[in-house]
Write a protein that binds this ligand. Structure first.
Ligand SMILES: [Zn+2]
Length: 192
């Protein structure tokens, strides 16, 4: 395994370094060697960072950055973020031990990855997300409301029922239970 330490040292000369707890929302292959991780972090909000050599199976950073893991990240910024260190904080065993809950959590992570604005820290959202994952509660209602999707005043986009129970990630509309069940699939989350 090639150490990234010399590279990190070079970066530190004229780069801003940040340390923050962060939850991995998505992990992507960016080249033969490198991966990119989308994080939601306590201090920086959402950001994407390169994991140099993260595609190698021996990459310790890559192992720590599984989707839904909370890690303490050390990153530097120069035109883009690069990860220079990762410490595993929490793998959220209550969520990982329950397959239906894990599926919901992965859907939530995917939604946040695609729809959260970059670089907008939100201490309340951070607390809600972390404590929910830690306690095995995936409360879409609460998370969506914080992002501006208000289920309280919404009606089903199919039948106009006010009894909202589902949300479509694809169209970003709310649905009642019956319509949500009818349209169920990868992009519909039930029992929000
Ligand atoms: Zn409906």
């Amino acid at each position: 395994m090639k150490s990234i330490a010399p590279q990190a040292a070079r970066y530190r000369k004229n780069m801003t370094e940040y340390v923050s707890k962060a939850i991995a929302l998505g992990v992507y292959l960016r080249s033969e060697k490198d991966k990119e991780v989308s994080f939601f972090s306590e201090k920086l909000g959402k950001f994407k960072a390169t994991l140099v050599s993260g595609a190698k199976i021996t990459s310790k950073f890559s192992q720590h950055c599984d989707v839904l893991n909370c890690v303490e990240t050390r990153v530097v910024y120069k035109s883009r973020f690069t990860v220079t260190d990762v410490l595993l904080v929490n793998r959220f065993p209550l969520v990982r031990g329950n397959i239906p809950m894990l599926k919901r959590a992965i859907m939530l992570a995917h939604f946040l990855d695609k729809n959260m604005p970059d670089s907008v820290p939100d201490a309340v959202f951070w607390h809600n997300l972390y404590s929910g994952l830690d306690n095995g509660i995936i409360d879409f209602h609460k998370h969506l409301a914080r992002l501006g999707y208000d289920a309280e005043h919404a009606s089903c986009f199919m039948c106009k029922s006010r009894n909202i129970k589902a949300f479509s990630f694809q169209t970003q509309d709310f649905l009642c239970e019956a319509c949500g069940f009818k349209m169920r699939g990868n992009e519909i989350v039930l029992n929000i």
